[in-house]
Design a protein around this ligand. Structure first.
Ligand code: ARG
Length: 457
């Protein structure tokens, strides 16, 4: 492609270090689509004859069929998908192929192709997250009133409902999807026509190519357009945050599936056994979701470090933008699908969860609140009285509700028998009916709103 300027060809090592075809062949659909849009624009502007453009478009269709059927050939001499496609076009249609690259550079070409690819990846991730949200909402609806311990510091804090806990993840994914939608909107400006870095002297129509490729408008600055990889970083940040959320859920499910907890049984289809310990059922899929989050975050880190010192405009370092994005995208597809299966098909042991909530003095706050509302005791003092009751119950190895009234009254005479109504875990969750709280009626509202939101789209 640049033989005119060079006396010697590249060394073997140069060809190898330079080649991006082993990975950027994944862009072939986008490369063909962007080339067709460009060719049509060249014809409509009278830059290339209609006959030549017709031949170019037919040739590109043939190449698409070949790539579909046989895969993209990997010849390092052709460096990348752009040169591979153009070289094949020349074989197919002869010299007219040489007119396709008029008013275009691989710099605006690769930026355009890559944006198209990342845009699809954002859409695919969004669709996957929607399925996961549906699974969460369905399970939360089943368990709007199932009681489990809520934790802070992984110590029993207050009873919550399982539905409430699951809906917390729904909310995280709602923000993840909104972040993706912001990123998609920001990405959607077309770099094609920026050429190498400075624009072009040919009378191109950038609005036309932008529209043909589904962009909202052409990019405003050619130097920025060929140097910008923010859209890939945005995608990787979105993926990292989602991976982090999935990892937290995976971690909770791993804890819940452990024998001392026994809160859930993971589906066999997403677990493995041990080759030596016959009793084992390991939550490997959840562990890998947790582990893969590290890799996805590593991909985001890799591209930030690649970009951070680059002068304008294009530098070859930028060829390294694609592997981390491709890696993160395939990890995210797997992790979201695995998590959807785990949420949809795990069995919740609600008896065990309730039992755990009844241990651990989860209703101590309710006793304190009762002292405030029923006996008009200031909260700080009520907290102190409750502490003494917990200490006594602990020394006898019983729950708060199992302490005889006389013993409670020995701690504070203002306590009467109505207190026992407040000490049950059911009363505790039912009382937390503030907006967004864990009371079953509130959880049902959350579930209803969420159902509408995910079904309406
Ligand atoms: N293979 C290159 C990449 O992926 C295409 C752009 C090459 N541009 C250039 N000026 N060498 O980044």
């Amino acid at each position: 492609m640049w033989g005119g300027r060079f006396a010697d060809g590249p060394s073997a090592i140069m060809r190898e270090i330079n080649a991006s075809i082993p990975f950027d062949k994944a862009l072939w659909h986008e490369d063909i689509a962007a080339s067709k849009a460009h060719a049509e624009m060249l014809a409509s502007q009278g830059i290339v004859s209609a006959d030549d453009v017709a031949a170019i478009k037919r040739g590109l269709d043939t190449i698409a069929e070949e790539f579909e059927a046989d895969g993209v050939p990997e010849n390092w001499d052709l460096e990348d998908i752009h040169m591979t496609t153009e070289a094949r076009l020349a074989e197919l249609i002869g010299s007219a192929a040489g007119r396709l690259h008029t008013a275009r550079s691989r710099n605006d070409q690769v930026a355009t192709d890559f944006k198209l690819w990342v845009r699809s990846a954002m859409e695919a991730m969004d669709a996957g997250l929607r399925e996961l949200q549906r699974a969460l909402v369905a399970r939360a609806g089943e368990h709007a009133a199932s009681i489990m311990p809520g934790f802070t510091h992984l110590q029993t804090a207050q009873p919550v409902t399982l539905g409430h806990h699951l809906m917390a993840y729904y909310e995280m994914l709602r923000r993840d999807r909104s972040r993706l939608s912001d990123a998609r909107a920001r990405l959607n400006e077309c770099p094609l026509g920026s050429a190498a870095l400075a624009g072009t002297g040919f009378p191109i129509d950038r609005e036309m190519t932008s529209e043909a490729l589904g962009f909202d408008r052409p990019t405003a600055n050619s130097l920025d357009a060929v140097s910008d990889r923010d859209f890939a970083l945005d995608y990787l940040y979105c993926a990292s945050t989602t991976a982090l959320h999935l990892s937290r859920l995976a971690e909770e499910m791993i804890i819940w599936a452990s024998q001392p907890f026994g809160f859930i049984r993971m589906p066999d289809s997403l677990s493995t056994g041990s080759s030596i310990m016959p009793q084992k059922k390991n939550p490997d899929a959840a562990e890998l979701v947790r582990g893969h989050a590290g890799r996805v975050i590593g991909c985001a880190n890799a591209l930030m470090i690649t970009m951070k010192g680059l002068p304008l405009a294009y530098s070859k370092d930028m060829q390294d933008d694609k592997p981390p994005v491709f890696e993160a995208a395939s990890l995210m597809t797997l992790c979201i699908a695995a998590m959807t299966g785990m949420v949809a098909d795990s069995t919740f042991n609600t008896d065990r969860m309730r039992e755990a909530a009844e241990l651990g003095y989860a209703t101590a706050t309710d006793l304190a609140d009762w002292l405030v509302t029923q006996a008009d005791i200031p909260f700080r003092e009520a907290h102190h009285i409750t502490g003494a009751a917990v200490k006594l119950a602990e020394s006898r190895n019983v729950g708060l509700a199992e302490l005889p009234l006389a013993d409670l009254q020995a701690i504070d005479t203002r306590i009467d028998e109505r207190v026992f109504e407040a000490l049950s875990v059911d009363a505790s969750v039912a009382a937390r009916a503030s907006y967004g709280g864990t009371a079953p009626e509130q959880v049902k509202l959350q579930v209803e709103r969420a159902k509408q939101a995910v079904e309406q789209e």
